[in-house]
Write a protein that binds this ligand. Structure first.
Ligand SMILES: NC(=O)c1ccc[n+]([C@@H]2O[C@H](COP(=O)([O-])OP(=O)(O)OC[C@H]3O[C@@H](n4cnc5c(N)ncnc54)[C@H](OP(=O)(O)O)[C@@H]3O)[C@@H](O)[C@H]2O)c1
Length: 283
């Protein structure tokens, strides 16, 4: 089966699909006849993106859900709406994120009082994934794709919320390594299910808003198309149907920072994430 056939009629949710990489993935999947569920944080931008993708692809099966990932209540509600309205979910792509921001910027907090990049880039995906697991289980074989980054920094469990010596790049990199630790642990927990969980560095310095608005890097390198191609490979490639718990650099299997293989660190992060997001609380 080709990748295009593997995508046709599949229901695929992409978080952060109103711009950049997520929007390009959504457009490609729409052309390949998937049922595409876009997510974003701005209703106007989200509705416009859905309309643009519907018009460009001729695919009417494009929907949009709104939730600000800096609020765990909104993420919980998002999962509830999706479970109430969608019959199935074949692929969940956790892509929404914010970049390092301008150098020297001050530490920001989420609506729940957590360090903002840890909250938006990681905790939101942790909670959303848990709340959507029943739908993914019912739709199995299904896949979870976590968009991480090659930019990684070990998590300091004495200061996860970066209250001391805050730096935007450190915040971004810590949140991206957290996605990888989460991927490895969830894959282990789901090993007897037909749900695979993988993560990737999509491409390097694609010219998206998060890259263009930071002065930590200068210029861009890889086109957005390249990152989108890698995300779609993890989402639908037949070669990966039995691959789980892996980290990819683009479409190539790679090794993340050592902390991702540290089972104690993973357990600490898992426990902290459960404490902060309460994934099993009734809706
Ligand atoms: N660009 C790169 O070179 C690169 C490299 C490695 C990894 N990545 C990863 O790729 C993913 C996509 O990033 P991008 O480069 O495409 O950046 P982007 O163009 O800035 O897109 C980010 C997406 O996330 C959404 N988002 C941001 N904050 C949100 C919030 N609080 N709630 C809900 N949605 C929110 C944005 O919504 P708005 O449209 O409202 O802003 C947008 O749709 C990220 O996870 C990033 O870490 C990117």
């Amino acid at each position: 089966m080709t990748q295009a056939q593997a995508i046709e009629n599949k229901t695929i949710l992409i978080t952060g699909a109103t711009d950049g990489l997520g929007k390009k993935v959504a457009l490609d999947l729409a052309f390949r006849k998937a049922r595409v569920i876009l997510h974003g944080r701005s209703p106007q931008k989200g509705r416009a993106a859905a309309e643009e993708i519907r018009d460009a692809s001729g695919n009417p099966e494009i929907s949009y859900y709104n939730a600000d990932c800096s609020s765990l209540d909104e993420v919980r509600a998002l999962a509830g709406y999706i479970r109430a309205n969608e019959n199935r979910l074949d692929v969940l792509i956790n892509n929404a994120g914010i970049g390092p921001g301008p150098a020297g910027a001050v530490r920001e907090k989420s609506r729940d009082g957590h360090e903002l990049r840890f909250a938006v880039n990681y905790l939101a995906a942790f909670l959303l994934t848990h709340r959507l697991l029943p739908l993914l289980r019912d739709s199995a074989p299904s896949r979870i794709v976590n968009v991480a980054s090659a930019g990684q920094q070990s998590i300091d469990f004495d200061d996860v919320m970066l209250e001391n010596g805050y730096d935007g790049l450190r915040a971004y990199r810590q949140s991206k390594l957290a996605m990888i630790l989460f991927t490895f642990d969830l894959a282990r927990q789901l090993k007897d299910s037909e749900i695979t969980v993988n993560c990737l560095h999509p491409a390097t310095l694609m010219p998206t808003n998060m890259v263009l608005e930071t002065d930590y890097f200068s210029g861009s390198m890889d086109p957005v198309d390249q990152g989108a191609d890698a995300v779609e490979y993890l989402a639908a490639s037949a070669e990966l149907q039995n691959v789980t718990g892996a980290y990819f650099n683009g479409k190539v299997r790679a090794e993340p920072m050592a902390q991702a293989h540290n089972t104690q660190a993973r357990q600490k992060l898992w426990e902290l994430s459960c404490e902060l997001t309460r994934p099993d609380d009734p809706a």
